[in-house]
Write a protein that binds this ligand. Structure first.
Ligand SMILES: [Zn+2]
Length: 410
């Protein structure tokens, strides 16, 4: 899960969401760090994008085309209709998230980009395959929305054609996207004629620079320290960004920081540059300096939940629990599925000596992770510490009720 990429995708797709009336659904976007070319929406109307697809795309308009198509599936309620037509279909387990914060140079690959827990097969079965009628319909919804939003449509057909070429090349190992979104030549024909009949004169310009930054970042996270070789010598800002990440993986702290500071000198309001700076500093044990950079990133984009979480975690690391707790409580309201949030709350309350709240939040964390044993332990501990009729006591009751309910439904 990478704040920069997720922000980018959501901003890219926002006009389409508005046109389709999906804005109020607050569709969550998730990034999966895998080389496969794939994207899908699940039955919870969550949108999953694979890093491989972004890397493979040549223009932002190609990524936009895929996003528009996926939103077309949501708008057409295709998942609901597909599930109900297939009685044997098992609902995919909600994908958990591991937030890979820190440990850049230590070789933990997922720093800054989250990994969806579960097996390879789990991710694939989470993606439904649609029938051809739904594919055509999603295309039509997507193209009409692109047209109405005055956005470029060329990428839509470009990407489709690229995939169909791949399909011919890799008949055995074709892009996952084609397995879940069956391709047919009639789809391309339809898209082409739609674009011919509905040209957008002066469509909105998509930000190519930001797209290149994101591609460089994704590539650097895949190549890790090899990115130093790949991006050297850097020819533009995006490549310097990739090189800085490569140096970070190679534990070349000074070289990495020099590039980041240099990029900041002309792009001082870029929160993700501060985020990278903070991750590098944190990795080398400079916790206080890391906090300053995380705080800056958070202030530049205060509504971003991942940047807020990293800031809060850094506050906990710096033993600033009183400041961390309000940030974490706000995240707890906004993102009920992140087990890392109650984890940090459990630590913060524990360090402050409030053991009742500490065990209560650690119980919540265990419940979110499906860890019954630790849940039972922390609930028992919390019961002994929490005073009756206090807010914590009411939360304890609620937590037990929801745990009992989820046990019965299994
Ligand atoms: Zn599709």
């Amino acid at each position: 899960m990478d704040a920069e990429t997720i922000d980018y995708l959501q901003e890219l797709a926002l006009p389409i969401e508005k046109t389709l009336g999906l804005e109020d659904k607050h569709i969550p976007y998730y990034l999966i760090q895998r080389n496969e070319i794939n994207a899908f929406v699940n039955q919870k109307n969550e949108l999953y994008m694979f890093t491989g697809l972004i890397e493979k795309a040549e223009t932002p308009s190609e990524v936009l085309g895929v996003l528009a198509h996926e939103l077309g599936h949501i708008s057409g309620k295709h998942i609901f209709k597909t599930i109900h037509s297939r009685k044997d279909f098992n609902l995919p387990v909600a994908a958990g998230m591991l937030l890979g914060i820190g440990a850049l140079a230590a070789g933990s690959a997922d720093a800054g980009i989250a990994v969806i827990s579960g097996t390879h097969a789990g991710i694939q079965t989470a993606a439904l395959s649609y029938n051809r009628a739904f594919e055509q319909q999603a295309d039509q919804i997507a193209l009409e929305a692109l047209h109405k939003s005055n956005m470029p449509m060329q990428g839509f057909t470009d990407f489709m054609q690229k995939l169909s070429k791949d399909q011919a090349l890799y008949s055995r190992d074709m892009p996952q996207y084609l397995l879940t979104h069956p391709y047919s030549s009639s789809r391309t024909e339809f898209a082409k004629s739609f674009i011919q009949e509905n040209t957008n004169t002066a469509p909105l310009q998509l930000n190519q620079d930001r797209f290149e930054f994101i591609q460089a970042k994704i590539k650097a996270y895949r190549l890790k320290k090899e990115a130093v070789v790949y991006f050297f010598p850097p020819k533009n800002k995006a490549q310097r960004y990739g090189l800085a990440i490569g140096y970070a993986f190679a534990a070349e702290k000074e070289k990495a920081l020099n590039i980041v500071n240099d990029l900041l000198s002309t792009d001082a309001n870029n929160p993700y540059l501060y985020e990278l700076k903070a991750l590098i500093l944190e990795d080398h044990g400079h916790l206080q300096q890391a906090l300053t950079a995380f705080e800056k990133a958070h202030h530049l984009k205060p509504e971003n939940q991942l940047l807020r979480l990293q800031y809060a975690e850094s506050l906990v690391q710096n033993e600033k629990y009183m400041q961390a707790i309000p940030q974490l409580l706000r995240l707890r309201q906004e993102q009920q599925r992140w087990s890392h949030v109650p984890h940090l709350l459990g630590i913060a309350y524990g360090k402050m000596g409030d053991l009742g709240n500490s065990h209560l939040y650690l119980a919540e964390e265990s419940l979110l992770k499906g860890d019954r044993k630790n849940y039972a332990f922390h609930i028992q501990m919390a019961k002994d510490k929490v005073t009756e009729q206090t807010p914590a006591w009411h939360r304890l009751k609620l937590l037990q009720e929801s745990a009992d309910a989820s046990k019965k439904s299994k």
